[in-house]
Each structure stands twice: as C-alpha cells, then as structure tokens.
Design a protein around this ligand. Structure first.
Ligand code: GAR
Length: 201
C-alpha cells in the first residue's frame, strides 16, 4: 500500500474517513503518520485511537516561519510518504516544503475552485450569495489553492444556511471525494499536462 502522511489542524473528519478506508487492503493506501500544527486537536485523538503515530509542529516552538517550515518537512519526511494529504491544514507551506514532496501533495478545499480560495472558502461563498458551492481535491503548487484539480463535488446552498450548516453539508461530500480521489491516486498514479491532471490513463 502507498504511504499517506496526513497534515491537519482541526477536528479531523477527513482524516477519520481516510483511517476508515485504509482498513480495506484493496484501498491501496495507508495512513502511516499524522502531523499537526497544534496540540490538543481531534485529529491527534483519531491518530492515537487508530494506532497511527503523530507529531505536533507548533509555530511558537520555532524561531521563525522558515524554521517551522523545515520542522514540518522533517516531521513528514520521517514517515517516508508516497503522498502527503493536507486535510484541513490551515497554514501555508513554503515553496521549500513543496519541492521536498513535489507533485505528491494533495489538498482538500471546501469550495469549487478557482472560486473562493483561501482560509474562508465556506464563508466567502455564502457571502457571495452563490446557490451552489462544493469541494475540490487538488494537487498543491506554490499558489494558494491554485494547483491542478483532481476532483470536485457540488453541494447546494440552502436559504437558511449559515457557515456551520453549509460547512457540514460540504464536509459530508468532501470526505467521500477525498477518500475516493486519494485511493485512485495511490492505485493508479496521476499525469499532469499543463493545468490538467488525469488520474490513471
Ligand atoms: C475541511 O472542510 C477542509 O476542506 C477545510 O477545513 C476542513 C477541515 O475539516 N480546509 C480548508 O479550509 C483549507 N483552507 P476536518 O478537520 O474535519 O477534516
């Protein structure tokens, strides 16, 4: 099975879905490590309960952002990933990190990119008044949420939605999309031509 290292900053519902999927040997990938940028979060409890090792790399423990970035890269490297999955990781990683794992980093974003990139994808879509939003799984390049798109799912915005209700509806589509896409990446690989990424083929 391909080795997945998951980076997370929050509750870890996407991580939970990957940890469930990897129990099936046919899935083709296993979460071998979890790295977070803060202690005390749900993603760490999930890792512990699943018997998966984890590391916390907090910005406040480093002299500057460049050193923190190296710390994250080192924490990821020791798990020898085939794929690095950003599943609710809320900090931007520097180009040096991206080069270390070039072409092997996947992010999930709670909007239909290229609309509403950044840290507030759900809030921004709601504020814009769109009637349909969704989630995007994409390869990471050195822009913010700009890398080649691997998969998307649409989710309706309902009249009474606020950010939490809309985000929950997105997340239920998102975990299935992420599990499916990461599994296909692991089993079939990906080819990128310009902006277009094709799994398998
Ligand atoms: C997910 O919806 C993910 O797309 C989003 O954070 C949530 C994490 O949920 N990520 C971003 O907004 C990245 N900019 P989780 O901790 O339950 O997996």
């Amino acid at each position: 099975a391909k080795r997945l290292v998951v980076l997370a900053s929050g509750g870890g519902s996407n991580l939970a879905a990957l940890l469930k999927a990897h129990d099936d040997p046919a899935y083709g990938a296993r979460v071998v490590g979890v790295v977070t940028d803060r202690p005390g979060i749900g993603a760490l409890d999930l890792a512990r309960d699943a018997g998966v090792p984890s590391a916390v790399v907090s910005l406040k423990d480093f002299d500057d952002r460049a050193a923190w970035n190296d710390g994250v890269a080192e924490a990821v490297r020791v798990f020898r990933p085939d794929w690095v999955v950003l599943a609710g990781f809320m900090k931007i990683l520097a180009p040096e990190f991206l080069r270390r794992f070039e072409g092997r980093i996947v992010n999930t974003h709670p909007a239909l990119l290229p609309s509403f990139p950044g840290a507030q994808g759900v809030r921004d879509a709601l504020a814009h008044g769109v009637r349909v939003t969704g989630c995007t799984v994409h390869l990471v390049d050195d822009g913010v949420d700009t890398g080649p798109i691997l998969a998307q799912a649409a989710v309706p915005v309902l009249p009474d939605d606020d950010e939490p209700t809309l985000h929950e509806r997105i997340k239920s589509a998102e975990r299935d999309l992420l599990v499916d896409t990461v599994g296909r990446l692991a089993r079939e690989g990906v080819y990128v031509t310009g902006r277009r990424a094709t799994i398998g083929a």
